[in-house]
Write a protein that binds this ligand. Structure first.
Ligand SMILES: C[S@@+](CC[C@H](N)C(=O)[O-])C[C@H]1O[C@@H](n2cnc3c(N)ncnc32)[C@H](O)[C@@H]1O
Length: 208
């Protein structure tokens, strides 16, 4: 059995989508236990609280982009949100998300390509742990903005290391200058307590 440090290193250092999907396929079974119980993964709770501060309608249609096993959906469900959909590349992670019984629909697909999801379809997008090294980069924002309703919310984390390496600041500022979104709040917080990593947790509003 692969240990949690080994598998976590594999997902962060994957050099292709296939490699990443294979690593998550192996990790799916133990992912929740490893990350929550052993590693102190606090990002889902922190991002959920940030979204809750701006989204009062508990019936809002929310897409959890890169939902994994459904940790974020679980947090939102416990807060009372009940119109949740999940989207992920890994079939095994989606199977675990289905078991949580908090999503009304689950979609399998690639966030770095065009999304087979309706334009202006969601009141809010939340994405936690997916804008990170070797996963999804700022190029995915355009499609996520397209599927968000005008005035809708996009709440996401970006792991600190990826923030620098992939120039998120300039990509996000360019989008803001174009009028496609505006920043409501952005802060640096803990991400995984055990390895001392931080993330930026951000909430943006699509232009109307
Ligand atoms: C660290 S996990 C985060 C899962 C969940 N949001 C959480 O916080 O526990 C990253 C997830 O992103 C998914 N992912 C990575 N690259 C992706 C892509 N290109 N398209 C869709 N999902 C992707 C992985 O399959 C994995 O489930």
């Amino acid at each position: 059995m692969t240990n949690r440090k080994e598998i976590h290193d594999r997902v962060l250092n994957a050099t292709s989508k296939e490699e990443l999907a294979a690593a998550y396929g192996e990790w799916a079974e133990k992912y929740d236990k490893d990350l929550i119980d052993e590693m102190g993964y606090v990002a889902p709770a922190i991002a959920g609280q940030l979204l809750q501060g701006y989204l009062k309608d508990q019936g809002a249609r929310i897409l959890d982009a890169g939902c994994g096993t459904g940790l974020v959906g679980t947090v939102l469900h416990q807060m009372g949100y009940h119109n949740l959909e999940g989207f992920d590349y890994s079939v095994q992670m989606l199977e675990k998300a289905k078991d949580k019984e908090v999503y009304s629909r689950l979609h399998q697909g690639d966030l770095t390509g065009s999304l087979d999801l309706p334009e202006n379809g969601y009141d809010a997008i939340i994405s936690v742990g997916t804008f990170t090294c070797g996963h999804v980069g700022p190029e995915a924002f355009a499609e996520l903005i397209r599927i968000t309703k005008p005035g809708g919310l996009l709440c996401f984390t970006v792991r600190d290391q990826a923030w620098e390496e992939d120039n998120y600041r300039s990509a996000m500022d360019r989008i803001e200058k174009s009028g496609a979104w505006k920043c409501l709040e952005e802060k640096t917080t803990a991400y995984i307590q055990q390895d001392g990593s931080n993330c930026n947790v951000c909430i943006y509003q699509k232009g109307v």
